[in-house]
Design a protein around this ligand. Sequence first.
Ligand SMILES: Nc1ncnc2c1ncn2[C@@H]1O[C@H](COP(=O)(O)OP(=O)(O)OP(=O)(O)O)[C@@H](O)[C@H]1O
Length: 684
Amino acid sequence: MAAGDSAREEAERLRRHALAVHERANNFLVAAESEKTLARYLRELVQFGWRILEDRAWPNSSRANIDFIAIGPPGVLVIDAKEWADVTIADDTLYRGDADETETVDKQIALIDRIADQLEDHGLVPSAIESVLAFTNHDMKATSIGPVTAIGVTELIGWLLARPRRLKESQRRRIADHLELGCPPKTPQTTLTRTKVPRKPRPQDVEHEEPLIQFDEVQGALNEALLARPIEDWMTFVHPDQNKLVRAQWNGPYRIRGPAGTGKTVVGLHRAVYLAQRTDLPVLFTSYVKTLPRVQAALARRISPTGADNIEFASSHQVAYRVLETAGMTATIDPVACGVAFQRAWDETASATQLSRFEPRPEYWREEIDYVIKGRGILDFEAYRDLDRVGRKTVFPRESRAGLWNLYCRYGELLEEAGVCDFNDLLINALEILEEEPRLLRYGAVIIDEVQDLTLTGLRFLSALARDGQVLLIGDGQQSVYPGGFNLAEAGINISGRSTVLKVNYRNTAQILERASREVTHDRFGDLEGSIEPGTRDVTIARQGPAPLEVFAGSQLHLERQLVDQIARTRDRGVPLGDLAVLVAYLDEVKRYRRVLGTAGIPTVELSAYDGTTQDKVKVGTFKRGKGLDFKYVLMPGMRHQPPAQRSGETESAYAERRERFRRELFVGMTRARDGLWLGYLPR
Ligand SMILES: Nc1ncnc2c1ncn2[C@@H]1O[C@H](COP(=O)(O)OP(=O)(O)OP(=O)(O)O)[C@@H](O)[C@H]1O
């Protein structure tokens, strides 16, 4: 090295360092200015009952800072001031000039997760905690990137004021007090607080500075927010035990069990929103019940309009169709043609006569094919011959099972000839496609509600769609209303150590639950994990209400009149018709009671067409269609003193199995009622 070289090198190093320090200092100055601008805007919120915590430390961190935490009617918002020369958002990605700023977004997500940890014991749901990147030098409409919203500062106040209302004043105070301590100030300062009724700002409120926002400018947003219905409590606060499940991380499938009305679906919905905002792939929220996805989609949109965007709500069969379509295939499902094919197979198969010795009704054997053979994905006779037919009460010895297998094979041939397939085939085909091409359709997580209603094939299919085994199974064996059964182990699902039982019933009054439980208290039930549970459940219930009304009519006509009178009385007490549901066992009863109510001038909507939006019409549907839903008042006009009659030729064991399922259906129907239950009995 020549003389003077090392001195020059050192000088160069110092010069570079000085430039970097200068640039950082400049950045801090810009940031300081930008935060100051934002502070002036946020101060305007105080008059509307917000509390703003400025320049705070991250929870449990002395270094990282939060520019602002705003606690207001919509919830908790952490707000970061930004002044970037060039900002764009494309494909859910934030850019500063050409640079990908995903790290900035991730940091904000990590921050709101830390705040959620802080507030977990309050039961505040994650969707009520959001992050905002406020750009002080750009006009910019609110654009969400997961749970983070980027917005220009001038648009910010109107946007904040128009957010749906979640927190009452007392709740805001409690949460703000908690965060005051959990996120201490980085610098000595005052906190802006005032929780009076909104009024026009007076000049002295804004110390030496002109107000940036005029009251009139935000009046529209404010009116909009006040007119909007406040979000239900459970969409903002859930029990801390529920909340833990919403945000937990599991390295494999998880199961949430629990009796009716214990908030299992609620947890699933909050979790779906939480995950959807944090995963690149969409989240699938699914169940066997065809109409449930529409209602659940509407609920999720209320929990978080933007979070719900990345969730797909679909029934198991709808998803199976998608898999087939994606693979360039189609399936023709024709239940009528399937019925014809089965009847022909039954008539043709000599073995049918042999089957009749065990149970003469062909429907029983059709269920055996649907739920035991196809439902459990049995591929060869030996497997069926040796199978433990879980959930079936009729004894069917191994040496006689070949007869059923022949019937099954003939049914398959006839379906093929007719060019149609049944609902089970759809799931079987979709599963086969996925086994060959696992990446054909993939979800960041799959949340399965009412899992007890799925067949094993259905469950295997849905689980195969989840990346990294991220499957959440939600259900309750006591509400199972279909034949057959299986264990999770058969589906290759291992949930050991990953299962929770919820035990607080939030839906029913003690009186309603007591009446409903009477139907099933003596029936033990299988709960997918191999154990058989007693019909009496360990459940806590907080709400009390009137005893269910049990009405005994002398004739069908008399019963219909009583039903109409009851609905009219309830409506006259100010209860909207949309809060009432008439639930019955069979589809022809749905038609009948819709006609009866229609004639009495009471508008109705069939439950199968219900999409979760409020309509002033009484919902009418079967117990099965009511699954997973709840209504303020439930009316069940088809009650009988006796169980359904034994069908001609039906064996005692098959009849016992059907009666048990019927009792469960009644239980499901009754537990849909939140406040009132009306049971209308027909004559003996
Ligand atoms: N944390 C909560 N606070 C208040 N209400 C709640 C809470 N969790 C659930 N609920 C209420 O209880 C009702 C039942 O919840 P949910 O439908 O999730 O129960 P579930 O266990 O899935 O019931 P089921 O098995 O009968 O379908 C909800 O509609 C909601 O109103």
